[in-house]
Design a protein around this ligand. Structure first.
Ligand code: ADP
Ligand code: MG
Length: 576
C-alpha cells in the first residue's frame, strides 16, 4: 500500500481504542466527568452489559450551551491548560480525550444545562459527527447516553467479553467510585434492575455495608494510619477497611485501592495489602479491602496511561510501607491473640510490647531431658537453607529461641518438627525406602462402616505410607506394620484420623507428621533443640510447616534496638 495520511475519523477511532477498551471504561470516564463537575448524585443506567446502552445522569455544574460541541472535540478540556498543571492536578480527568473517544465509537446523545444558564442544549453525535444540536429545557446537570458501543469498530466488538463479565466489571467499578466518594449518592441500574445504591451520607462505612452486605461488613476492621513526612519521604495517610483474616477470597480482585480519590490498579500496593496478612492467611487466599491513600499530588504522576488507572509514585517504598503498616496494625488491633512479631519479609516495625504474654512466660528447664529429637538420617548433607542458628533456650515449652547473623529467630518447635518429618517422610516415600515397623499384636482396629469403606478402597495407599492393614470382619483391620516414625506413638488414634478422609495422599502424610512431631508444651533439652534446628536449617522449605503455618519469626538487631528506644520513650513518658 502507498503511504497516505489517515483520515481524521480513522485517527479518532484508533485513538479511542486506548481510552475505551470496554463498556466499563465508558462508565468510568463518564462517572469521572460527573465527579469533576461536583455532582452530588450520579445515576448510572446500563443495558446489555453496556453494549446496548449506558446512561449517566448527574446534578453537577453542567456544560455551557456554547461549549457543548467543543466538549466532544479531541483534546478539549476545561481542566488543564499547561503541562505544568499536571503536577498539581486535582480533577480525575485532564486529557480531554474521553468524550471524543466515546463519541468516535458509538452513538451519543447529551443533554446538559449549565447551572448559571436558563436553557440547556441537546446534541446527538454518530460515529464522531454531530448530527443534531438544539436548545432544550432541562434541569441543571448533564445526562449522557451512549448507545451501540463499538458498532463501527467490528474488530473491537469481536473481542468483547460475555455480557455477564462486562456487567460484573461495571458493578465493581461503580461500587469502587461509591466507596471513594461516600458523600456522593450513586445508583446503579442494570437491565432495569437496581443493583446498588449509596446514600451520600459521607461515611465510607455506609457504602461498604451496601457493597459487601452486613454479615461481611461485620468482619471488616477500620484502617487508619498516618506516616509523617521525614528525611525526604512524603507524608502518607492510609484509611479504609480491611477484612479480618477469617474473611478472605481466592483472588486479589477484592482489594480496591484509591489514591487521592482515584481508583487505581497497582500490583505492588495490592501486594502490600496481602503481605500485611503474612502468616495469617493461607497461600492463595486474599483479603477484602478498600484502601484510600492520600498523598501530596506532587508525589504522584497520574499521566502514565490513557485510562489513568495506573499511577507512578515518586517514592513507592514510602507508600508501600505506609499501606502495609496501616493494614497490619488494623488487623492486629482487632485481636490481641495474634503474635505481633514481624516475619522476615515484613517491612513494618513489630509491636513487640503487644505480644501475648502467656506464650512467652520464661519457663526454661533446659536440663530436663524429657524429649529428644534424634539426629537426622545419615544421608549426604543437604544444602543449607537457613543461616547457622545458635540455640539460646526454650520459651513457654513451645518456642526455641535462637540467635543468627541477622538477629533473633524464634522457632515454633512443633511446626518446625512437622516440616522436618514431612521432608524426611516424603523422601522415603518417593524412593520407596520408608522405614517401617512390624507389629505383632493382633488386636483389630474397629472403624465406622463409612470409614472402613474409605480405608478399604485406599489399602494400597496406606501400604505405600507404611501401614499394612488386613481387613478383619466388616469394619475392622489388623495392623501388620506402621511407618517407623509413628511406632512409638498412638498410631491407632492416627489411623482413625486418617480414615476420615483418605482422598488426598499429601493430607495423609501431613496427618502422620503432625502426630509424630514433638508437641507444643513439651520441654526439650539442649541437645534435642540443637538437633531440631540443625535439621530445619537444611529443609527445602524451612519457613513453613507442611500445612502452611509459619515455623519461624525473625526479629532483626535493628528491630530490637528500635524496641528499646520505644520502651525508653514510654518509660520516661517521652515519645520513643
Ligand atoms: P476531560 O475530563 O479530560 O477534561 P472529557 O473528554 O472527559 O475530558 O470531557 C471534556 C470536557 O467536557 C471536560 O473538561 C468538561 O469541561 C466537560 N464535561 C464533560 N462531562 C461533563 C459533565 N458531566 N458535567 C460537566 N462538564 C462535563
Ligand atoms: Mg473526562
Amino acid at each position: 500500500m502507498a503511504i497516505q495520511r489517515l483520515q481524521e475519523k480513522t485517527i479518532a477511532q484508533i485513538a479511542a481504542g486506548e481510552v475505551v477498551e470496554r463498556p466499563a471504561s465508558v462508565v468510568k470516564e463518564l462517572i469521572e466527568n460527573a465527579l469533576d463537575a461536583d455532582a452530588s448524585s450520579i445515576h448510572v443506567e446500563v443495558q446489555g452489559g453496556g453494549r446496548r446502552l449506558i446512561r449517566i445522569s448527574d446534578d453537577g455544574s453542567g456544560i455551557g450551551a456554547d461549549e457543548i460541541a467543543l466538549a466532544f472535540a479531541q483534546h478539549a478540556t476545561s481542566k488543564l491548560r499547561e503541562v505544568e498543571d499536571l503536577s498539581s492536578i486535582r480533577t480525575l480527568g485532564f486529557r480531554g480525550e474521553a468524550l471524543s473517544s466515546i463519541a468516535a465509537v458509538s452513538i451519543v446523545q447529551m443533554v446538559s444545562r449549565h447551572r448559571d444558564e436558563k436553557l440547556g442544549m441537546q446534541v446527538r453525535i454518530e460515529g464522531g459527527t454531530i448530527v443534531q444540536q438544539q436548545p432544550t429545557g432541562a434541569p441543571a446537570g448533564t445526562v449522557i447516553t451512549v448507545e451501540n458501543l463499538f458498532y463501527n469498530t467490528p474488530a473491537r466488538l469481536k473481542f468483547l467479553n460475555k455480557e455477564t463479565t462486562e456487567k460484573r466489571h461495571i458493578t465493581a467499578l461503580v461500587t469502587r467510585y461509591a466507596m471513594a466518594y461516600p458523600q456522593v449518592k450513586f445508583v446503579l441500574e442494570q437491565d432495569r434492575r437496581e443493583l446498588f445504591r449509596s446514600n451520600g451520607s459521607g461515611a465510607l462505612a455506609d457504602v461498604m455495608l451496601k457493597v459487601i452486605g452486613l454479615d461481611n461488613f461485620r468482619q471488616m476492621v477500620e484502617v487508619d494510619g498516618y506516616d509523617a513526612a521525614r528525611e525526604g519521604r512524603p507524608a502518607v495517610r492510609v484509611t479504609g477497611y480491611t477484612s479480618m483474616p477469617g474473611f478472605n477470597r481466592a483472588d486479589r480482585s477484592h482489594i480496591a485501592l484509591f489514591v487521592n480519590g482515584r481508583s487505581i490498579q497497582d500490583t505492588r500496593l495490592t501486594y502490600a495489602v496481602s503481605q500485611a496478612y503474612h502468616s495469617l492467611l493461607e497461600a492463595n487466599r486474599f483479603p477484602v479491602a478498600a484502601i484510600m491513600i492520600e498523598i501530596d499530588s506532587q508525589e504522584v504522576d497520574v499521566n502514565v496511561h490513557p485510562t489513568k488507572a495506573e499511577v507512578r509514585f515518586r517514592d513507592l517504598d514510602a507508600v508501600f510501607s505506609a499501606v502495609q503498616r496501616a493494614v497490619r496494625e488494623a488487623i492486629m488491633a482487632y485481636d490481641r491473640s495474634i503474635p505481633r512479631i514481624a516475619e522476615p519479609s515484613m517491612q513494618s516495625q513489630p509491636r513487640w510490647e503487644d505480644r501475648p504474654t502467656a506464650q512467652l512466660d520464661l519457663d526454661l528447664e533446659e536440663d530436663d531431658p524429657l524429649t529428644a529429637i534424634p539426629e537426622g538420617p545419615g544421608r549426604p548433607v543437604k544444602p543449607r537453607t537457613l543461616p547457622v542458628l545458635r540455640v539460646v533456650g526454650q520459651v513457654g515449652a513451645m518456642y526455641i529461641v535462637t540467635e543468627g547473623p541477622a538477629g533473633m529467630y524464634l522457632i515454633d518447635q512443633r511446626a518446625a518438627h512437622e516440616r522436618i518429618l514431612y521432608e524426611q517422610f516424603m523422601e522415603g516415600y518417593v524412593n520407596s525406602t520408608l522405614p517401617v515397623r512390624q507389629i505383632n499384636t493382633t488386636q483389630p482396629v474397629e472403624l465406622s462402616a463409612e470409614q472402613a469403606g474409605k480405608v478399604e478402597s485406599a489399602l494400597h495407599v496406606f501400604e505405600a505410607l507404611g501401614f499394612k492393614l488386613e481387613p478383619f470382619g466388616p469394619s475392622a483391620f489388623v495392623v501388620r506394620s506402621v511407618p517407623e516414625i509413628v511406632a512409638h506413638i498412638d498410631y491407632v488414634a492416627l489411623l482413625r484420623e486418617m480414615a476420615v478422609d483418605t482422598r488426598v495422599e499429601n493430607r495423609l502424610i501431613i496427618n502422620i507428621c503432625q502426630h509424630a512431631a514433638v508437641k507444643s508444651g513439651q520441654i526439650l533439652n539442649q541437645e534435642a533443640m540443637q538437633n531440631l534446628i540443625r535439621q530445619l536449617e537444611r529443609c527445602q522449605t524451612p519457613l513453613e510447616a507442611p500445612d502452611g503455618r509459619a515455623t519461624l519469626v525473625h526479629l532483626s538487631g535493628d528491630q530490637l534496638a528500635h524496641e528499646f528506644v520505644r520502651a525508653t520513650g514510654s518509660a520516661t513518658g517521652k515519645p520513643g
